[in-house]
Design a protein around this ligand. Structure first.
Ligand code: OTN
Length: 485
């Protein structure tokens, strides 16, 4: 039986393989991802669409809830055009701001008049959420919903109380979670939402889990106990180095440790809550024509990709639709070029034809050559109790590279905690790539860029760990020229 035909679950299942004399898979270490988190990691990138009444005001990003509903009037809304951008950019999921902090609802909620039903758009008969989920469905994109917990419009009501708001929000959440098909992610923004305590979120959490069992919950602060994924700590796209998927509930509640716990995670923390990186293609979250000249370049997006996806996170990249209800061509083009550059770079692993040896071997089924077979289902693992390993790649000829990528078997927990990469031209004298001299976490994907190196030998050094290494991909690459634009 060829290894690649064995189901991955069987490979992971300790001691249950049908293969005679097969080595058992390593046991998972510590807390590990649930099925929702595994699906979320697979997306790699998600699109964010900040669209709403702010779009129709002059340079507003956090509306005060007072703008008249009537001003919402996109002249050419086409969610299929948004989806075309995502397809060209290889982005498989998208989240729409169904209600941002201004409280204006993009769907005709039965619980408020502050919505599309009192706008000029389609004479109040339109439903942006419906058009969004239908376009997602048509284009094979996973739909997600941002229902802002903070609502300035509701606060304007003289009889406002948190208890009343809890019910109001619950009703709206139920509408969105039951009337619009499968929802893959819900986003509980922590901004402005401090009065919403954990018991408030407990009610809302029950609604999400009852109606949408596969829905990933983004949570911060008081919604953190229910979160599948955490905020990464800044809106610039810079995950920490390290960036652990594990964190712990005490650190996240401690004022001083809060940002570090979000940005870097906590090594061997008690909860598996990986970081999601939200960042906009423009300085603002909502569209402003003044920012057409400040759209992030392909090189900026590549930097962000490397410090988010390439630091064990998932990138939530915001594309703000304009007053027509369309994405600007610059944002779309840059995202498509980024995809082309990523594919060009990582489709050519310069180690692919090399000979591989390792100092720590578990057996044939976990051979180090599985690191370069381009099959995410096979992996290299070491012997139980031995956490270090030097894995040497001998290339057929010297190659020039300026980028590397390592992936861990995340189902088996964070195992490796210190690693570096060296190169050589005689297989005896080794030089450490300086940018790899203090690496710690691996997780789903870790990317490092550096000045070009030409070498015939490459050595991956696993220097410390919680458990014997379990790694499914290692590669060195030459960055595509188009990523420099
Ligand atoms: O002023 N802010 O509220 C703010 C400024 C810069 C960056 C973030 C924030 S709020 C922050 O937003 C996050 C989403 O991007 C999460 O919701 C956090 O919980 C929230 O504190």
């Amino acid at each position: 039986m060829k290894l690649k035909t064995i189901a991955f679950s069987a490979l992971l299942a300790y001691g249950t393989s049908a293969v005679t004399n097969a080595q058992p898979a390593p046991k998972p270490f510590g807390v590990t991802p649930n099925d929702r988190q595994l699906e979320w990691y697979d997306r790699e990138m998600i699109a964010f669409f900040h669209f709403g009444i702010n779009t129709f005001e002059n340079f507003v990003n956090e509306g005060d809830g007072k703008a008249p509903a009537a001003i919402f009037n996109p002249t050419a809304l086409d969610c299929n055009q948004w989806m075309q951008t995502l397809k060209n950019a290889g982005i498989p999921a998208a989240i729409l701001t169904a209600k941002h902090a201004d409280g204006f609802c993009l769907w005709p909620s039965a619980y408020t008049d502050y919505s599309v039903k009192n706008s000029a758009w389609k004479n109040g008969k339109g439903d942006v959420v419906r058009e969004f989920v239908d376009a997602c469905e048509e284009n094979g994109i996973k739909a997600g919903i941002y229902l802002g917990p903070h609502d300035r419009h509701e606060h304007l009501h003289p009889e406002y109380t948190t208890e009343k708001y809890k019910k109001y929000y619950a009703n709206q959440l139920r509408e969105l979670m039951t009337d619009y098909g499968k929802i893959w992610e819900t986003w509980w923004d922590g901004a402005g939402a401090d009065e919403l305590t954990t018991p408030v979120y407990t009610e809302w959490f029950k609604i999400v889990r009852e109606t949408q069992p596969d829905c990933v919950i983004f949570g911060t602060k008081n919604s953190y106990p229910f979160a599948d994924v955490r905020w990464m700590g800044n809106e610039a796209g810079h995950c920490g180095d390290p960036c652990w998927s594990t964190t712990d509930s005490i650190a996240i509640r401690d004022e001083a440790a809060y940002y570090d716990a979000l940005n870097q995670g906590v090594l061997n923390g008690n909860a598996y809550i990986p970081a999601e990186t939200d960042v906009s293609t423009r300085p603002s979250w909502f569209y402003h024509p003044e920012e057409d000249c400040r759209v992030k370049s392909v090189a900026d997006l590549w930097d962000i990709y490397c410090t988010s996806v390439g630091r064990n996170s998932v990138l939530l990249l915001n594309f703000p639709p304009d007053r027509r209800g369309l994405l600007h061509s610059k944002d779309s083009l840059n995202a498509a070029t980024l995809r082309k550059g990523i594919d060009e770079t990582f489709s050519n692993n310069l180690l692919a034809k090399s000979k591989v040896s390792a100092t720590n071997l578990r057996g044939k089924k976990f051979d180090p050559r599985y690191l370069i077979d381009n099959d995410p289902k096979t992996y290299y693992a070491g012997k139980d109790g031995v956490v270090t390993s030097d894995i040497t790649f001998t290339l057929p000829k010297a190659e020039t590279f300026d980028c590397l990528m390592l992936r861990e078997v995340i189902q088996l927990g964070h195992r490796t905690t210190r690693w570096s990469v060296e190169y050589s031209n005689n297989g005896k004298d080794w030089t450490t790539i300086p940018e790899t001299s203090s690496l710690q976490s691996v997780g789903n994907k870790w990317i490092v860029r550096f000045n070009p190196v030409t070498a015939k030998y490459v050595r991956l050094r696993i220097l410390a760990g919680n458990a014997t290494p379990a790694l499914n991909t290692f590669g060195v690459y030459k960055q595509s020229e188009i990523l420099k634009q």
